[in-house]
Design a binder for this molecule. Sequence first.
Ligand code: CA
Length: 230
Amino acid sequence: MMAHKQPTVLLVEDESAQREVLIYNLEAEGFAVVVAQSGDEALLLVQEEAPDLILLDWMLPNVSGIEVCRQVKARPETRGIPVIMLSARSEELDRVRGLETGADDYVVKPYSVAELMARLRTQLRRTRPASLGERLVFEDILLDAGEHRVFRAGQPISLGPTEFRLLSTLMEKPGRVWSREQLLDRVWGRDIYVDTRTVDVHIGRLRKALMRHGGSDPVRTVRGAGYALG
Ligand code: CA
């Protein structure tokens, strides 16, 4: 079982040559790639796949990249997904319009693949730091995603793979309340059917492990809503 679900990138590009180059490079960087060839398809896949980032070409048939971006940023459930727009046009006006649609970053073709990947990582570092193998800290808890280790007040904590993924998800956004369904999607994956009560069982195990050497319970139960850290 993997330490983390790979970050998923939704690539929206209608030109096959561009698409192939990007798929190759994204997969080489360790991303899972979901592909849409049109704006309509992109909007469906945003809902279905809940990607971690959207790489969105400006020029698309029918629904343009601008419109896709606007709709993604207008919906509360998808607003937090970073969008990087790709455009062949470098005019200042386009840049401004791109930013007005709520795009998080903007890259003009032809771009260097290395630079594009760096920008992708910058966005993911902001939204999903644990997916990049970084260290997360919350109060006296340290989670080293690269080494796959957890410490509390300097003491090593032994966690099962599910508890580890649960904790890294919670630690990515301390204070954020996660519903059981959101935790299921993030920790177990969307394709697996698991009862939401399973989340409670694993949260219980996580709490027990974190308090084994003392310390208070860092996981807060939010009645009717789910769980949060702190
Ligand atoms: Ca295009």
